[in-house]
Structure formats: C-alpha cells, structure tokens
Design a binder for this molecule. Structure first.
Ligand code: HEC
Ligand code: HEC
Ligand code: HEC
Ligand code: HEC
Ligand code: HEC
Length: 174
C-alpha cells in the first residue's frame, strides 16, 4: 500500500518533469521559428507606414521585381530621397544618416531565401500577374517583413499545378 503510493508520487514527478521540459522545448521551438520568420532588423522600418500612410508602392523600393530574377532590397539612396530631410531628428532616421555618412548600405537581414540549387524568377511571376501577397502575405500590414509560407518545393509545385505552370524538374533545378 505504501509502495503503491510512492509509485504514484514517483510517476507524478516524472510526468511533471517531462511535461514542463516539453513545454519549455515547445516554447523554444516556437521562439526559434518566429525569430527566424521575422529577423531583428538594424533599423525599425515599417511597411505599414510607408505603404499605407506615405503611399509608396512595392516597386518604388523593390525596383527590380518586374525586371529581374531578384526583387532587390532598397538601396539607402532611395530612403535618403526623403530622409535627408524627413524626420531627421528621430533616432531611427539618425541611424540612416549615419550609414549614409559612412557610405554604407543598411545591413538588412534576409527573410526569404531559397537554397542555391533552386532557380526562381520574380519577373516571370510578376509579369504573369501573380500578386506579391500570394507569396509574401500582407506585407503592407506589417512593420518589417515576416515570413509567410514555407518556400518548400511542394508549395511551388502546388501553385504551378493549379495555375497550369510547368512542373518538370528542370523548371526550378537547372
Ligand atoms: C517618399 C518618402 C519616403 C521614403 C522614400 C522613405 N520614407 Fe521613411 N518615412 C517617410 C515619412 C513621411 C515618415 C513619417 C515621418 C514622421 O513620422 O515624422 C517616415 C518614417 C520613417 C521611419 C520612422 C521614424 C520614426 O521613428 O518615427 C523610419 C525608421 C523610416 N521612415 C525608414 C525608412 C527607410 C529605411 C526607407 C528606405 C527603405 C524609407 N524610410 C524611405 C517618408 C519616406
Ligand atoms: C511566386 C511567388 C512570389 C511572388 C509573386 C513574389 N515573390 Fe518576392 N520572393 C519570392 C521568393 C521565393 C523569394 C526568395 C528568392 C531567393 O532566395 O532567391 C523572394 C524574395 C523577395 C525579396 C528579397 C530580395 C530578393 O530579391 O530576393 C523581396 C524584397 C521580395 N521578394 C519582394 C517581392 C515583391 C515586392 C513582390 C511583388 C511585386 C514579390 N516579391 C512577388 C517569391 C515571390
Ligand atoms: C519605402 C521602401 C519600401 C516599400 C514601399 C516596400 N518595401 Fe518591402 N522592404 C523594404 C525594406 C527596407 C526591407 C528590409 C527590411 C524588412 O525585411 O522588412 C523590405 C523587405 C521586404 C521583404 C522581405 C525581403 C527578404 O529579406 O526576403 C519583402 C517580401 C517585401 N519587402 C515586400 C514588399 C511588398 C509586397 C511591398 C508593397 C506592399 C513592399 N515591400 C514595399 C522597403 C520597402
Ligand atoms: C502563387 C503561385 C505560384 C507560386 C507559389 C510559385 N509559382 Fe512559379 N510560376 C507561377 C506561374 C503562374 C508561372 C507561369 C509564368 C509564365 O507563364 O510566364 C510560374 C513560372 C515559374 C518559372 C518559369 C517557368 C518557365 O516557363 O520556365 C519558374 C522557374 C518558377 N515559376 C519557379 C518557382 C519556384 C522555385 C517557386 C517556389 C519557390 C514558385 N515558382 C512558386 C506561379 C507560382
Ligand atoms: C516549381 C519549382 C520546383 C519544381 C518543378 C521542382 N522542384 Fe525540387 N525544389 C524546389 C524548391 C523550392 C526546393 C527547396 C526546398 C527547401 O528548401 O525546402 C526543392 C528541393 C529539391 C530537392 C532537395 C530536397 C530537400 O529536401 O532538400 C530535390 C532532391 C528536388 N527538389 C528534386 C526535384 C525533382 C526530382 C523534381 C521533378 C520531379 C523537382 N524537384 C521539381 C522547387 C521545385
């Protein structure tokens, strides 16, 4: 009787221990995933503000989207068109002025990145009328970009199948 009682306690302790470490691990996994989905950026830039309030379009800053394989992250010169005079007293804009003074680019951290062995082209998709949001989500509601979607092969191929685009291997693996 006494032994059985001890056993229950023992198992309760084991369950608690693994339960708690399970929770901690799950928490760490979620943290890792979200921090990868939305890396800390060197400047607190906001898409929401610049698209919805200032009224800029996506291609005003990502100028290569319909011309090249890459969409391109904006060169500092584009920001300085406005921020050499707009909000120059704000600490985040002071950072931009500092980069500009040092003739450096802002070291933005990449959010979306395919492995090297995959071929992808923005121009092909954008020219066909596939909207940015189909692949990147509602960027205009975000501050810095947050990764939506997996960029896994199945994701690409599913949409290709749905839209009648090619699905043979050499389309994406040259
Ligand atoms: C067409 C003009 C324009 C361009 C181009 C522009 N901005 Fe802005 N930006 C603004 C305006 C207007 C505000 C709001 C200023 C305010 O609140 O006083 C702003 C605000 C900001 C702020 C918030 C400042 C604060 O702390 O309140 C940051 C950071 C910023 N911009 C970064 C950038 C970066 C980085 C780029 C280039 C990728 C850029 N901006 C390009 C007009 C522009
Ligand atoms: C069919 C899906 C798709 C569409 C549509 C799309 N993108 Fe992308 N985008 C991607 C993928 C995939 C990457 C990662 C590319 C890589 O790593 O080579 C990416 C990367 C980017 C990058 C990072 C820099 C670069 O050039 O790789 C920016 C910025 C970007 N996209 C902006 C846009 C904008 C703005 C639009 C709309 C005008 C758009 N994208 C439309 C899938 C898409
Ligand atoms: C004022 C300039 C500006 C405008 C307008 C703008 N962006 Fe950006 N975009 C940036 C900057 C700066 C970054 C780098 C910081 C970040 O990741 O958010 C960025 C990052 C991104 C990324 C992530 C790139 C990567 O690292 O993989 C995507 C996707 C993107 N923008 C899409 C869009 C879309 C879609 C729109 C229109 C709804 C848009 N952007 C409008 C300046 C701009
Ligand atoms: C939202 C739908 C959608 C997604 C997601 C998508 N694609 Fe596409 N893709 C298309 C469409 C539609 C075309 C056909 C464009 C045309 O006909 O010019 C296309 C065309 C292409 C082409 C050119 C094909 C050719 O004719 O040579 C390549 C390469 C490509 N996609 C790669 C990718 C890769 C890699 C991914 C995933 C990272 C991807 N696509 C995700 C819709 C999509
Ligand atoms: C529409 C674009 C597209 C097509 C078509 C496509 N792939 Fe892929 N493939 C990708 C992308 C994107 C990745 C990278 C996935 C990732 O990073 O998780 C990939 C990854 C792979 C990998 C690496 C697997 C891994 O888990 O890392 C192999 C192997 C591969 N593809 C083989 C093929 C073969 C074989 C075909 C033809 C039957 C094919 N692919 C057709 C886009 C494509």
């Amino acid at each position: 009787m006494k032994m059985a009682y001890k056993k229950v306690i023992f198992f309760a302790v084991i369950v608690c221990y693994f339960g708690i470490s399970g929770l901690v691990l799950a928490g760490l996994a979620v943290h890792w995933k979200t921090s990868k989905a939305s890396p800390e950026q060197p400047v607190k830039y906001s898409h929401n503000l610049h698209v919805n309030t200032v009224g800029l379009g996506c291609t005003d800053c990502h100028i290569y989207t319909d011309k090249s394989v890459h969409a391109g992250l904006p060169a500092l010169e584009i920001c300085m068109d406005c921020h050499s005079s707009v909000a120059i007293e704000k600490p985040e804009i002071r950072k931009l002025l500092k980069y500009s003074e040092l003739k450096e680019q802002v070291p933005w951290r990449r959010v979306y990145q395919l492995p090297d062995f995959v071929y992808f082209s923005h121009k092909r998709h954008v020219k066909k009328g596939v909207d940015c949001s189909e692949c990147h989500g509602e960027i205009k509601a975000m501050d810095t970009a947050r990764k939506i979607g997996s960029l896994e092969m199945g994701w690409c191929v599913n949409c290709h199948r749905k839209m009648g685009a090619p699905t043979d291997c050499v389309t994406c693996h040259k």
